[in-house]
Design a protein around this ligand. Structure first.
Ligand SMILES: *Cc1c(COP(=O)(O)O)cnc(C)c1O
Length: 423
């Protein structure tokens, strides 16, 4: 199947007389005839459902679609993108481990690594992802267990050189984890460029309509945990809470996702509700069509903004001459996404005046959905930070993040034009 077809058909193939649309298994529990049948499930001796905190058929069918879309061997859904990134890392890290991550990643993930995981004794080094390989290699330590980046960063919309990151990770014996939220598998499949594990906030384009929070992890099955057995004891030594089974041995390429499901989800409980998985699947059915339109609209809007005197600067990877245009052409040949970053001249006050003058584009703490929205991190998500702290986080104090939706591009441009006239 080509990817467009997979968006509609992968993961669930109804048999004769079964529902055409993905059924929602709105049940926490499953019934078994004998205690022996149930016991085998708890020992991971047989596969089957017993409690929705660990697995649910609706979620599994959507996860199977995501695995097919990203080119992975297995996937799981989580309650949010935050949970996805946490599980993806914590599945292979423990107290004393170290992670190397791009400093340009989403603020929520930056805090997850720099604040909360640090409290668990997991250290992080943030790096400038644009540095040459030799420079980046200096960030690795003997206890490094993963390299982390985003295909397109939020909110600075820089494009990651995935092959460079994959080489770096693999030459240090660790997997590359890529958050592919903004690109989506419609526009980029990081596994094809060497990423080992892909994560998503499905809350964004995948859901597409700003209705449900969710996340996902997809494993390529390519990373050989047994070849680095001493580094990943969680996968390569016995799990006493399952009578001593060894995930990477017993489940092979499925070991990573099996561990995340049967151990982390069991203990940390961050499952996506089957109802939300159903909404997610609805979003996925049109994702490839929507991404085309998001990119088409964003390009028109970015070209308009780039020609305005009152616009101080603009970053959109699909614009000719953008710093990331070459990387975008390589990794995102069909277009990047609908998000761009720009600034109006005159600083914070003018930025606020401009945004308050918009009539169609709305100010929202959201990004990547059907309706155009925008946010000024310095006044909103990051308002507790000084200009100096913003710059340290890589966010210009005048940066406006604009997420171009599916409206008619001329209407959006007319709205931006009249708001620019107000400043
Ligand atoms: C929003 C976002 C997240 C966090 O996802 P939630 O679903 O809000 O928890 C992670 N990564 C990126 C790139 C995001 O944009």
């Amino acid at each position: 199947m080509n990817i467009e077809t997979k968006f509609l058909h992968a993961g669930y193939e109804p048999k004769n007389g079964e529902p055409r649309q993905l059924p929602i298994y709105q049940s926490t529990t499953w019934k078994y005839a004998s205690s022996d049948d149930m016991g085998k499930l708890f020992d991971l001796e047989a596969s089957g459902y017993f409690y929705t905190r660990l697995q649910n058929p609706t979620n599994d069918m959507v996860a199977a679609k995501l695995a097919a879309l990203e080119g992975g061997v297995a996937a799981m859904l989580t309650s949010s993108g935050q949970a996805a990134n946490f599980f993806a890392l914590f599945n292979i890290c423990e107290t004393g481990s170290h992670i190397v991550a791009s400093s340009a990643i989403y603020g929520g993930t930056y805090n997850l690594l720099g604040v909360t995981m640090k409290k668990m004794g997991i250290d992080v080094t943030f790096v400038d992802q644009d540095l040459p390989e030799e420079e980046l290699a200096k960030a690795f330590r003997p206890n490094t267990r993963a390299l982390f980046g985003e295909t397109i960063t939020n909110p600075t919309v820089t494009v990651l050189d995935i092959e460079k990151f994959a080489r770096l990770a693999h030459s240090h014996g660790v997997p590359l984890i890529v958050d592919n939220t903004f690109a989506t598998p419609a526009n980029c499949r990081p596994i094809e460029f060497g990423a080992d594990i892909v994560t998503h906030s499905t809350t964004k384009y995948m859901d597409g309509h700003a209705i449900s929070v969710g996340g996902a992890i997809i494993d390529s099955g390519n990373f050989d945990w047994m070849a680095h057995a001493d580094m990943y004891p969680g996968l390569t030594t016995p799990d006493e809470s399952y009578h001593g089974l060894v995930y990477a041995e017993k489940f092979g390429k499925l070991g990573y996702i099996t561990k995340a499901t049967s151990q982390l989800m069991r203990d940390l409980g961050s499952i996506q509700s089957p109802q939300n998985a159903f909404y997610l699947n609805n979003g996925l059915e049109s994702l490839h069509v929507r991404m085309n339109r998001h990119c088409e609209n964003a390009k028109k809007v970015a070209e308009f903004l780039s020609k305005q005197d009152k616009v101080a600067w603009i970053h959109y990877p699909d614009l000719e001459g953008d710093k990331y245009n070459e990387l975008s052409k390589k990794y995102l040949p069909n277009g990047s996404c609908g998000v761009m970053a720009f600034a109006v001249k005159g600083g914070r006050d003018k930025a606020i005046r401009f945004m308050d003058s918009l009539k169609l584009a709305t100010i929202a703490t959201h990004v990547a959905d059907a309706r155009t929205c925008l946010l000024h991190p310095a006044s909103h998500t990051h308002r507790q930070l000084s200009d100096q702290q913003l710059l340290e986080a890589g966010i210009a104090p005048d940066l406006i993040r604009l997420s171009v939706g599916l409206e008619n591009a001329d209407d959006l441009i007319a709205d931006l034009k009249q708001a620019l006239e107000q400043i």
